[in-house]
Design a protein around this ligand. Structure first.
Ligand SMILES: CC(C)(COP(=O)(O)OP(=O)(O)OC[C@H]1O[C@@H](n2cnc3c(N)ncnc32)[C@H](O)[C@@H]1OP(=O)(O)O)[C@@H](O)C(=O)NCCC(=O)NCCS
Length: 205
């Protein structure tokens, strides 16, 4: 995610969010290898270190080429890296172009050349298992969402959530996300939820 000129991080009460760097690989390889963490993520299984390296490189690519991306989440009280939260680029087949569940790709270059696509900004959050249950994901998501609206001026933000991912659904409910439909991402069905940007604008006026 692009940070405003002259800014190298965004902060919330208890957290610092900064760009992910090459030397964060060890942490993210461990995070993505945890079966509890991986259960409802893209592949639905723990990732190898090589897969996380590919993910990290594609995250660095999004900073430079799409002006947003996943950010590292650090706890202010002890400086510990506890997870990630940010925006991902998602290419989704338009509903008008498909009869069944639309397919989605995190890497737009993987989509068939003839597919009619819409490009979404997906807000995601993933924390180390030891840091669940403290409100950190909700706090980070709130900050990223505010940044997406106020600085990046996005008019639409979505989240894809596995229907059994109760913790993630509770985060989504906390912010009043609206269920839109189901898409297939990385071979698995995911519910598409829309962040309530219009409501937020109404609240402010
Ligand atoms: C999804 C995920 C980030 C949610 O983590 P989480 O800890 O449940 O969510 P939060 O950090 O927002 O914490 C909320 C919980 O902390 C509690 N809490 C404790 N202290 C709190 C505080 N000071 N402020 C707010 N909440 C607090 C809340 O009551 C809430 O508990 P509840 O859900 O039982 O009601 C986590 O389960 C995860 O990393 N999963 C693996 C990856 C994943 O599936 N990501 C989502 C993909 S869609």
């Amino acid at each position: 995610m692009t940070l405003a000129p002259g800014t190298d991080r965004i902060e919330s009460e208890r957290l610092i969010l900064r760009r992910i760097a090459e030397n964060d690989l060890e942490f993210f390889a461990r995070l993505h290898a945890d079966p509890d963490v991986a259960l409802y993520l893209g592949l639905g299984r723990p990732r190898s270190s090589e897969e996380t390296l590919t993910w990290l490189r594609s995250t660095l690519w999004t900073y430079e080429n799409l002006a947003f991306g996943q950010l590292a989440v650090l706890r202010k009280s002890d400086g510990m890296l506890i997870g990630r939260c940010g925006l991902s680029d998602l290419a989704v087949k338009t509903r008008a172009s498909v009869r069944a569940v639309p397919r989605a790709w995190y890497d737009r270059s993987q989509a068939p050349a003839d597919a009619e696509l819409a490009f979404e900004r997906e807000l995601g959050y993933t924390l180390d298992r030891s840091c669940w249950g403290h409100g950190y994901a909700s706090e980070a998501a709130r900050r990223v969402f505010d940044y997406a609206c106020d600085v990046l001026r996005l008019s639409r933000v979505i989240s894809l959530i596995h229907p059994d991912n109760m913790r993630s659904l509770r985060v989504a409910r906390r912010f009043g996300l609206q269920h839109e439909d189901t898409v297939e991402a990385m071979g698995h069905p995911r519910d598409r939820y829309v962040w309530p940007i219009a409501c937020r604008l109404v609240e402010q006026t």
